[in-house]
Design a protein around this ligand. Structure first.
Ligand code: FAD
Ligand code: NAP
Length: 350
């Protein structure tokens, strides 16, 4: 263990990452540090630079696959804090530190009467990771709430700020996964929340929840509780069944390609997008190919949720990726659609 130049946090060599990923995969980082302040972050970046060691930012590890040992400094963002920056007649602007737990932020904001995050309840992970894939659920995406993202450049520690447009958000996508991949550590996000109680319950699972509970008033708090209840009933808890949520993204195809597929597979759920393209259900295709509930070598496809791969004690990220690739190949053979893996893979030998 080596103390950083500022003396307040320590770099651990050969650190086991199993407790730092929700798939509970076995892997070792050449070096690991958790930073709780900007000064610690800068000291950690300088430490890595002096050793020419790559830096990999990590939140709560709920969207990563460690496919082998990681030859880098894995830098856990652990900064905490929510600051009220501005109060407007109908809205507030909050600054949230990158290491803040996402679900706790959602819960806290509703307690203050700040609305807008309720559909995004119970998504694991940190606020700092949320813009990376523009987290989304139950009809809401983070991009509708983000004012800007603060970050530091990994190579020289320079502070940068990206406004909403510069983040180039897309479906489970942003500039942080593309052009800026591997270049920045997000230090904080700014979000605009509403002081009015306008709710969005159009998403089918939410709409049917409120139809089944006709006496429930559709308040932001009620939507929060509905989302928590639906998610708990459908999704495996990583603490009991290690997983990374949806392992595959829903493919978005141009409309003519999607039309042809739906003509051949009329049951395939298809959702037209604002840009004219069509989002197709990856879960349906995987289930059609017979993978739902599949088990091999203590790895499996969840029996209730075809997008979720579960580690039942195999612990090898490489074998998990082999299974994911087999699924992808079989879906391609039937539908000629290439499924994309959602979590970011580290430590794979290419
Ligand atoms: P990590 O897994 O630690 O990191 C993910 C990626 O972001 C990595 O590439 C990492 O390098 C990078 N990163 C992390 N922090 C930073 C930072 N500060 N600066 C720069 N890069 C950083 N996602 C959804 O969109 N919607 C859902 O409904 C949803 N449900 C889920 C349910 C379950 C049970 C699970 C396990 C996952 C789910 N996810 C969902 C995926 C995941 O929760 C989100 O992607 C979340 O934002 C990841 O946060 P994290 O802190 O765990 O990120
Ligand atoms: P679901 O409600 O059973 O729906 C299945 C799929 O159909 C989802 O992927 C969803 O796309 C899509 N869909 C359903 N109705 C739609 C509509 N009206 N318009 C557009 N798309 C529609 O899904 P679920 O698996 O239980 O998950 C519920 C929500 O939580 C979803 O939004 C899902 O994305 C999110 N979630 C994400 C993860 C993750 O790791 N990324 C894990 C668990 C849950 P979308 O995915 O685009 O919404």
């Amino acid at each position: 263990m080596a103390a950083l130049a500022n003396g307040s946090s320590s770099v651990r060599r050969g650190h086991a990452l199993r407790a730092h990923n929700t798939l509970a995969l076995q892997s070792r980082a050449d070096a690991f540090v958790a930073v709780s302040s900007d000064a610690e972050l800068l000291a950690a970046l300088a430490w890595a630079k002096a050793r020419r060691m790559p830096v990999i930012p990590l939140g709560e590890g709920s969207n990563v696959v460690f496919a082998g040992d990681v030859h880098a400094l894995v830098l856990r963002q652990a900064t905490q804090g929510i600051t009220l920056l501005e109060v407007r007649p109908n809205a507030v602007l909050l600054r949230v530190a990158a290491g803040q737990n996402w679900h706790e932020l959602v819960r806290w904001s509703l307690q203050q009467g700040y609305n807008g995050l309720e559909n995004l309840a119970l998504i694991p992970g940190t606020a700092g990771a949320a813009p990376i894939q523009n987290i989304g659920a139950y009809g809401v995406e983070l991009q509708s709430l983000i004012a800007c993202v603060h970050a530091r450049r990994i190579d020289d520690g320079t502070a940068v700020t990206l406004d909403n447009q510069s983040c180039e958000f897309g479906y489970r996508d942003s500039i942080f996964k593309r052009e800026l991949s591997g270049q920045l550590i997000i230090t904080a996000i700014e979000i605009t929340l509403s002081r009015q109680a306008v709710v969005n319950t159009d998403y089918p699972a939410l709409a049917s929840f409120f139809l089944q509970h006709p006496l429930l008033e559709r308040t932001p708090q009620a939507v929060f509780e509905a989302v928590v209840s639906i998610r708990r009933s459908k999704l495996p808890d990583p603490a009991d069944e290690p997983n990374a949520g949806s392992f595959f993204k829903n493919p978005v195809l141009d409309s003519s390609q999607a039309r042809k597929l739906v003509a051949n597979f009329p049951q395939l759920p298809a959702f037209p997008q604002a840009d004219g393209r069509v989002k197709l259900s990856a879960a349906w295709m995987i289930e059609y190919c017979g993978w739902k509930g599949f088990e091999r070598d203590r790895l499996g496809v969840h029996p209730q949720h075809a997008l979720v791969l579960v580690n039942h004690g195999n612990d090898s990220g490489a074998q998990l990726l082999d299974l994911a690739n087999e699924i992808t190949r079989s879906v391609y053979e039937v539908f000629a659609v290439s499924l994309e893996i959602e979590p970011r893979v580290y430590g794979a030998s290419v």
